[in-house]
Design a protein around this ligand. Structure first.
Ligand code: AMP
Ligand code: ZN
Length: 437
């Protein structure tokens, strides 16, 4: 593959031992910062941690209590601010996918550190200062807009801050400015492709070569679909506002898992039920500690995101460990007539079926005492024939495929391309109409 593109070789290829020393020093610093907040002052004192020196080794991170999203909500709006208000230069909130928002403050240096992480990610995919970068995620409180924007400018790309939505205009911008790299949610990119085709255009009229996709769970099949439809490479981007936003973990040119920047975060994997650490390779919940954020340090934050650590080394040679694709959240699990399943399993099975289009919806209803799972899916424009027998057969085939994937046979509804609701941000894939109890 020739020379590997790298933004900051000294830190990206750092020896593990040196990395761990750096982590320890930064963890102590972070504990010192955290002790300045009312929330952590109480939490840490209760755990017997009153000085940074109480952290003797990296393993001592386990003596620190976990922080949850509920803790962040309770501390809203300023209970976790660790600097004088005049030192903070920006705040972001989470999108509130699962409830009330949480707030994270940044100092100027925090923003610089975050920007550096995003720059590393961008360059790791092979994108360069010669690229034209169109950022199709929302600019505002959501971190995907400004987060990627700053990193891309740092790399020296020409940045088009298109923000989200207005798909016709997105396509015009891509055409007029010869956009080579985009950042979007995977569901939005699939939608954009349909609009492109409906507008009578082809991918050859664009100059696109790469996409950064993230902010929502998606399968390997969805990534491939995006790559094939556009004829590009799509790189998985993982981040969450509590850990700044994008720039936490990203795929490199080899696309073999997401390198997580361990000089900026301590990564732990735990069993979400027992809260015990898991050995490498086992799937569990990602827990992270910030190491470089002064305004809102977070210690052992329970992300609820499920993944596992990949073993071995990436051919790129970076020493930072890799996360596997996020398979879901420990709190988006659906229970359908006693069977546990994740929306991502349904998506994975659906996207393997060539007739299935780009948008789908999972609906849960109650019929008597039984749950009913309905999967509504759009058909692919090319294959939509409308012949009744063919559609009946297809419905049956999709139902069977899903049954073997999730052990529940859903009712299948087929919809015309473009007829299911589209979200400009994170897709709302699950509609649970069951009464609470
Ligand atoms: P927010 O804080 O609003 O940016 O939302 C962050 C959440 O989005 C994460 O905790 C994940 O659940 C989800 N997320 C972000 N990136 C990805 C990704 N690449 N794959 C799967 N889920 C993701
Ligand atoms: Zn790599």
């Amino acid at each position: 593959m020739g020379k590997i593109p790298v933004w900051n070789p000294a830190i990206e290829f750092i020896e593990r031992e040196a990395l761990e020393q750096l982590q320890l020093a930064r963890l102590r610093q972070t504990v010192e910062w955290a002790l300045k907040t009312p929330f952590y002052h109480q939490r840490l004192t209760e755990a017997g941690l009153t000085r940074p020196e109480d952290i003797a080794s990296l393993r001592d991170v386990r003596n620190i209590p976990y922080t949850t999203k509920d803790d962040l909500r309770e501390a809203y709006p300023a209970g976790l601010l660790a600097v004088a208000p005049e030192q903070a230069v920006r705040l972001h909130t989470s999108s509130g996918t699962t409830g009330m928002p949480t707030v994270i403050y940044h100092t100027r240096r925090d923003i610089e550190h975050w920007t550096e992480l995003v720059a590393r990610c961008i360059v790791a995919t092979g994108a360069t200062a010669r690229d034209v970068f169109q950022n199709m995620t929302h600019y505002g409180l959501f971190t995907g807009g400004l987060g990627l924007h700053y990193g891309a400018e740092q790399v020296g790309m020409l940045v088009i801050p298109a923000s989200s939505g207005n798909t016709h205009r997105q396509i015009q911008l891509m055409k007029n400015f010869r956009t080579t790299v985009v950042h979007a949610t995977p569901s939005y990119l699939l939608h954009l492709y349909e609009v492109l085709v409906n507008d009578g255009m082809t991918r050859e009229q664009l100059c696109l070569r790469k996409a950064f996709i993230g902010a929502e769970p998606h399968s390997e099949q969805t990534r491939r679909k995006i790559e094939e439809l556009f004829g590009i490479k799509a790189y998985n981007s993982y981040g969450l506002s509590e850990m700044n936003g994008p720039g936490v973990a990203f795929e490199c040119v080899y696309q073999t898992g997401l390198h997580l920047w361990e000089d900026a975060y301590i990564l732990e994997m735990i069993d979400p039920r027992t809260l015990q650490p898991l050995p490498e390779g086992e799937t569990g919940e990602i827990v992270m500690t910030t190491l470089q954020r002064q305004a809102t340090p977070l210690l052992r934050y329970r992300t609820r995101d499920l993944s596992h650590l990949m073993s071995g080394h990436c051919p790129c040679g970076r020493s930072h460990r890799r996360l596997a694709r996020i398979t879901g959240r420990s709190d988006d699990m659906l229970i359908v007539n006693g069977v546990n399943l994740f929306p991502s399993q349904i998506e994975e099975a659906l996207m393997k079926i060539p007739e299935v289009g780009t948008n789908y919806l999972i609906q849960l209803e109650k019929r008597g005492s039984m749950d009913r799972l309905v999967v509504k899916t759009e058909l692919c424009a090319k294959l939509f024939m409308g012949d009744r027998q063919t559609l009946d057969d297809l419905r049956e085939r999709i139902g069977e495929r899903l049954r073997s994937a999730i052990l529940v046979k859903p009712a299948i509804e087929l919809h015309q391309p473009g007829s299911l609701p589209v979200s400009e941000g994170k897709a709302q894939r699950v509609l649970d109409l069951r009464p609470a109890f």
